[in-house]
Ligand binder design. Structure first.
Ligand code: KG4
Ligand code: ZN
Length: 355
């Protein structure tokens, strides 16, 4: 258990409260137990990828129904794995938003009902805060302050992170997210869902430089992104080119290179602008190998350091929610008020702590 060893360093005091985390914002049911001073005790994930792949994307109603089936058995499973009883749980954190309304409601209602029965506090977590803090679960972990590049299916943001709840938005996408650009391009190439990993796999067989796609806003002089033009360019390219396997692989390669190029350049610019030297990469696209290689090379060359969550914590998971919940609980942010709502649309800047 590397997480245990790593997190032991966070505190030399006797182990603290145990937080159960529940993630159900999209197509993954994730649960985890995190104990302050000890670290991650157990985590489990059920992915609905196979179920949704038949439809080429997430079907919200199916997602909610599946969460209903999975969440309680998964909680039971991690309690057994960690040898923790329900009575030992001190708080329950759940993803309150953003995400699919129905899917979020499943996690939120289970969390609140269970917490009510156990007479313990709940903490509603912003999904992106979970992603943002997830590299702190890895060893070595970054230290505050750092710049975070948040690249998921719904978001592409550069944030300055000065501490838990102390986030400043440096720049974000004006339209499609990087993950969306991967997914939409993959669809145009006739690949399955989720498109990002599929496109990356195909790109590995492609020849670099065969096609050149636009790098939207690369020289805009700010930290904003735009990816919708790329999708249009891919559509034109796909129509103009043949659809033999090598051509498709070459296009996939060009798509990946264009997205990675923009992300890497803007991330480097964000470090230069803030004067910071640590970059944290979070969210599903952070699993992309080319992006990792490129960032480590570019930023390493300038004396900076790049941190990634362990691969299993890059995409949606319960560990990041349990962890963010534990940190928020330590700031006295748990509440014993079991009325709850979910926030399908929720700006990360709304949760910034006033200090
Ligand atoms: O963070 P995440 O799991 O869910 C959201 O909160 O959106 O991110 C999912 C996104 C999807 O767009 C998926 O295609 C992309 O991350 N993704 C990747 C890779 N693995 C996941 N994109 C490129 N390369 C990958 N290896
Ligand atoms: Zn996510």
């Amino acid at each position: 258990m590397p997480y245990l060893e790593n997190s032991q360093k966070m505190s030399l005091i006797t182990p603290g409260p145990i937080t159960l985390g529940i993630e159900s914002s999209c197509d993954e049911t994730g649960v985890a137990l995190y104990q302050m001073g000890r670290g991650l005790l157990a985590h489990a994930l059920h992915t609905q990828v196979v179920m949704h792949s038949e439809y080429g994307g997430v079907v919200p109603e199916l997602a909610s129904r599946d969460h209903v089936h999975r969440v309680i058995p998964l909680v039971r499973q991690i309690l057994r794995t960690a040898n923790v009883s329900l009575a030992q749980i001190d708080a329950i954190a759940y993803t309150q938003g953003p995400g699919l309304g129905g899917a979020l409601l499943v996690g939120a209602s289970v969390a609140n009902a269970l917490a009510y029965a156990l007479d313990i506090p709940t903490i509603g977590i912003h999904h992106l805060e979970g992603h943002l803090l997830s590299p702190l679960l890895s060893d070595p972990a970054p230290e505050f302050p750092f710049v975070a590049l948040l690249v998921s299916g719904g978001h592409t943001q550069l944030m300055r992170v000065d501490g838990v709840g102390r986030y400043t938005l440096l720049g974000e996408t004006l339209d499609d997210a990087a993950g969306e650009a991967f997914d939409k391009s993959a669809k145009l190439l006739g690949l399955g869902y989720p498109g990002g990993p599929e496109l990356a796999k195909l790109a590995a067989q492609g020849r670099s430089g065969t096609y050149k796609l636009p790098r939207p806003m690369l020289h805009s002089g700010d930290l904003e992104f735009s990816f919708s033009g790329l999708k249009t360019a891919v559509l034109t390219l796909v129509k103009q080119s043949g659809d033999d396997a090598q051509t498709k692989a070459d296009i996939a390669c060009a798509v990946q290179e264009a997205i990675v190029d923009v992300l890497a350049n803007k991330a480097r610019a964000a470090l230069a602008q803030t004067g910071l030297d640590q970059l944290v990469v979070a969210g599903g696209v952070g699993a992309n190998r080319l992006l990792r290689e490129r960032l480590s090379k570019d930023i390493g060359k300038r004396g900076g350091k790049v941190f990634y969550p362990d691969l299993e914590f890059c995409t949606d998971n319960g560990a990041m929610i349990a962890f963010a919940g534990a940190l928020r609980l330590a700031q006295q942010q748990g509440v014993k008020d079991y009325r709850f709502d979910v926030k399908p649309r929720w700006n990360l800047e709304e949760i910034v702590l006033s200090s």
